[in-house]
Design a protein around this ligand. Structure first.
Ligand SMILES: *[C@@H]1O[C@H](CO)[C@@H](O)[C@H](O)[C@H]1NC(C)=O
Ligand SMILES: *[C@@H]1O[C@H](CO)[C@@H](O)[C@H](O)[C@H]1NC(C)=O
Ligand SMILES: *[C@@H]1O[C@H](CO)[C@@H](O)[C@H](O)[C@H]1NC(C)=O
Ligand SMILES: *[C@@H]1O[C@H](CO)[C@@H](O)[C@H](O)[C@H]1NC(C)=O
Ligand SMILES: *[C@@H]1O[C@H](CO)[C@@H](O)[C@H](O)[C@H]1NC(C)=O
Ligand SMILES: *[C@@H]1O[C@H](CO)[C@@H](O)[C@H](O)[C@H]1NC(C)=O
Ligand SMILES: *[C@@H]1O[C@H](CO)[C@@H](O)[C@H](O)[C@H]1NC(C)=O
Length: 372
């Protein structure tokens, strides 16, 4: 079998042909950074945020299950695209037309590995999120059959979602934000087996193998245009700083995150070659996150070394109703011990958007080779 010599690495052009962003359909996978309320439907899940002070800056001050005082980064990106933020998968029934217009599978506490976040009792692991997506594709295929529409090619699966008038420029984006919990709620917990059994290099190898399998499965289910959001500087989130006697960022954790990002970037380059029609993109937000933490003033923030709710301890901290919420939430980069504030999500979404979408404008000559 011939091995292609020119490796087409798609680093940006995903949104290039978007003459009209309103035709975008997004399927979102991930953890608490992108969850919009799936865990509310998991009765025994301890990873939840459907109570005050979550949502204090959300429309009508409703705690929706978003791990933020307001919107998540996924909400803000959807807003920028002019499309509604897709609803939580578990809020939809199998017949729901909304399934055809984009779904959010993200679940707080979830990771690449099944047993990540195990002490939250219930969460939808990435494997299970892909299982939910598989079920969604079944529904979409069934609809296609019913309407005896387009033939069942991979891409065709999704045409229905956009209506016939939009067939000319179908655009499907799969956003992924997964991996943070494999550190925070797995490898960095000394009482869990992974940190005792494996070195970081070995752990990274395990994550890579699993992720390769998961991205391949998504591809086989029809996903083509996939954006993987890299990890931010986890060593600087308040719950990690709290482990330092001087409240500093944990350098070791940040170094591991950088290694993880680099590993995933390489994996994505390999998969883009191996899976012929894949258009996977790695969006590196590490530097942007770091800049926000190191130079909060540059972005209009005042505090980045503690959270607005001041709930951080070495074991975490959510902004529960007994917390004392800071006076001005827009001055804080972090809302609780783990998650950026709405205001910080605006900055991060903005950087993400500019990078990904602006570069994609030069797409007419951008599917060239970037690295070997
Ligand atoms: C974008 O597409 C939508 C749906 O077809 C349509 O209603 C809208 O007018 C279009 N907008 C532009 C600027 O073409
Ligand atoms: C992970 O969970 C999925 C679905 O619950 C299951 O099919 C799979 O066997 C599990 N994998 C491992 C390694 O435990
Ligand atoms: C997919 O649907 C089947 C059949 O309805 C169900 O048994 C299964 O649990 C679903 N999978 C997920 C991950 O929700
Ligand atoms: C955060 O940084 C400020 C200086 O910018 C310092 O005065 C304050 O003590 C720090 N807070 C914590 C909790 O480290
Ligand atoms: C809150 O902080 C933001 C950002 O620093 C600032 O623009 C705004 O004026 C502040 N609001 C109040 C009520 O002080
Ligand atoms: C892309 O380029 C077109 C003109 O070629 C311009 O109208 C549009 O605003 C650009 N989009 C972005 C996201 O920069
Ligand atoms: C294509 O690449 C050339 C050289 O790198 C650049 O000058 C040009 O602006 C690019 N075209 C588009 C449409 O971005």
């Amino acid at each position: 079998m011939a091995i292609p010599l020119i490796l087409a690495v798609f680093t940006a052009p995903i949104i290039a042909m978007a003459a009209n962003y309103t035709s975008l359909v997004t399927f979102i996978f991930g953890d608490s950074l992108t969850e919009v309320g799936n865990n509310n439907y998991l009765r025994y899940s301890l990873a939840r945020s459907d109570f005050p002070f979550y949502g204090i800056d959300y429309p009508n001050r409703i705690p929706t299950g978003r791990f933020s005082n307001g919107r998540t980064i996924a909400d803000i990106i959807s807003e920028k695209l002019g499309i509604p933020s897709p609803p939580p998968y578990l809020s939809l029934n199998r017949q729901d037309d909304a399934l055809l217009k984009g779904v959010n599978y993200a679940s707080g506490g979830a990771g690449i590995l099944n047993d990540t976040g195990i002490y939250f009792i219930e969460r939808i692991s990435f494997d299970d999120q892909i299982g939910c997506f598989e079920n969604t594709t079944r529904v979409i295929k069934k609809r296609l059959g019913e309407e005896s529409a387009v033939s069942l090619l991979h891409e065709a699966i999704y045409f229905i979602a956009m209506g016939k008038s939009l067939l000319r420029s179908p655009l499907y984006v799969f956003g992924l934000s997964i991996g943070s919990n494999d550190y925070i709620n797995n490898f960095l917990q000394p009482f869990l087996p992974y940190s005792r059994r494996y070195t970081h290099d070995e752990f990274l190898g395990i994550l890579e193998l699993k992720l390769a399998e998961q991205l391949t499965r998504l591809y086989l289910l029809g996903a083509r245009k996939v954006i993987f959001l890299g990890l931010g500087p986890l060593g600087c989130i308040p719950s990690q700083r709290a482990k330092s006697t001087t409240n500093q960022c944990l350098q070791q954790v940040n170094e591991w995150v950088v290694q993880f990002n680099s590993k995933v970037q390489k994996l994505i380059n390999v998969l883009n070659v191996k899976l012929k029609k894949a258009q996977l993109t790695f969006a590196d937000t590490y530097q942007d996150g770091m800049d926000l933490v190191e130079n909060p003033g540059k972005y209009g923030f005042k505090v980045s070394n503690t959270s607005c709710c001041k709930v951080e301890t070495a074991v975490g901290g959510l902004c529960l109703s007994y917390a004392h919420v800071c006076d001005n939430r827009s001055e804080y980069v972090f809302w609780d011990a783990f998650h950026p504030s709405d205001a910080a999500n605006v900055v991060l979404a903005d950087r993400f958007f500019t990078k990904l979408f602006a570069t994609s404008n030069s797409s007419s000559n951008s599917s060239s080779s970037h690295e070997g």
